[in-house]
Design a protein around this ligand. Structure first.
Ligand code: NAI
Ligand code: A1CAB
Length: 274
């Protein structure tokens, strides 16, 4: 029998995962999205044909999997309000919230629940997501497979056995689409400065990123080797890469990603009080 999967919260992340799931063949009848406002739900219902509900407890009462996809700042209130419905049904809980530890979420929901923490990213919308997953001790093999199936429908899945590593996953993939979007902005601006029309520069930059990622995924050579293959001695790329190394791009990336992971840990301290 197909599982009914409810998304509590129907924003950017839930919309991206649901869009990818429907695209990959999940039945819209098996998916419910909730939000207090039907204005948020109507476009999803119309575009994807999924079921929607403005009352979280009503949706939970029909669900085998409940995906927590609201902002971390309101998670406690949302969990406590649906605690009774969750304890009556005991579905698999999947949280996509940054920072919030499994133990705290489990406590907010009344305790003793199978819970998977997942750090996805928005390219899930186009089936090219990347997610890190961690399961608590109550998750059985069938539920692990279900969580894998759910997230593999929208991209790559990597399980981690140490929950703390989800903060590193947040830095490497959860937040990382934004790093690349910043890079696209910068490359477009520089392309325009060099005389290209903005849309031409944008398309060239994006296609190049797609090509580089596809090529690196398909290759058994490490990125350093692929980079060397583009750099003709005394040529143009060598000059550009020397500039990026002198500007300490590696240090800048390491600092930005450390700040990202630190913020996830800080959010757990700020929001995770029982
Ligand atoms: N946006 C991203 O790239 C990523 C987000 N996340 C996580 O996903 C979660 C959601 O983030 P976004 O989708 O970006 O936020 P968002 O603000 O786009 O979506 C949150 C949704 O929750 C709904 N909502 C508010 N109160 C509610 C309630 N009481 N019951 C049910 N729904 C309610 C809102 O209507 C909104 O649709 C966060 O916990 C975030 O840490 C994780 C990975 C990536
Ligand atoms: O910025 C955030 O807090 C969320 C979590 C990872 C990506 N977006």
């Amino acid at each position: 029998m197909a599982s009914t999967i409810t998304f509590i919260g129907a924003g950017n992340m839930a919309g991206a995962i649901i869009g990818g799931m429907i695209e990959s063949g999940f039945s819209p009848d098996d998916v419910i999205a909730t939000s207090p406002s039907d204005d948020v739900l109507a476009p999803l219902r119309e575009r994807l044909g999924i079921r929607t509900e403005t009352d979280n407890a009503t949706a939970v009462a029909q669900s085998d999997v409940v995906v927590l996809a609201v902002k971390p700042q309101i998670m406690r209130e949302v969990c406590e309000q649906m605690r009774e419905a969750v304890q009556a049904r005991r579905p698999l809980i999947v949280s996509v919230a940054a920072g919030l530890p499994a133990e705290i979420l489990e406590a907010w929901l009344g305790g003793a629940l199978p819970l998977v923490r997942c750090m996805p990213n928005t390219p899930a919308l186009v089936g090219a997501g990347a997610a890190g997953l961690f399961a608590n001790d109550r998750v059985d093999e069938a539920q692990r497979r279900l969580a894998t199936e759910l997230m593999e429908a929208v991209g790559l899945v990597e399980w981690v056995e140490d929950e703390a590593l989800l903060d590193a996953v947040t830095a490497v993939s959860g937040s990382a689409p934004a790093y690349f979007f910043l890079m696209f902005e910068a490359m477009e601006e520089a392309g325009v400065t060099l005389g290209l029309p903005a849309d031409t520069a944008r398309r060239l930059a994006m296609q190049t990123a797609l090509g580089a990622a596809k090529m690196a995924l398909a290759s058994d050579q490490p990125p350093a080797e692929l980079k060397r293959n583009v750099m003709s001695p005394g040529g143009t790329t060598e000059r550009a890469i020397a500039h990026l190394e002198q500007a300490e791009l590696r240090r800048i990336m390491a600092e930005a990603m450390t700040a990202c992971a630190d913020r996830a840990a800080e959010m757990a301290d700020e929001l995770g009080q029982r």
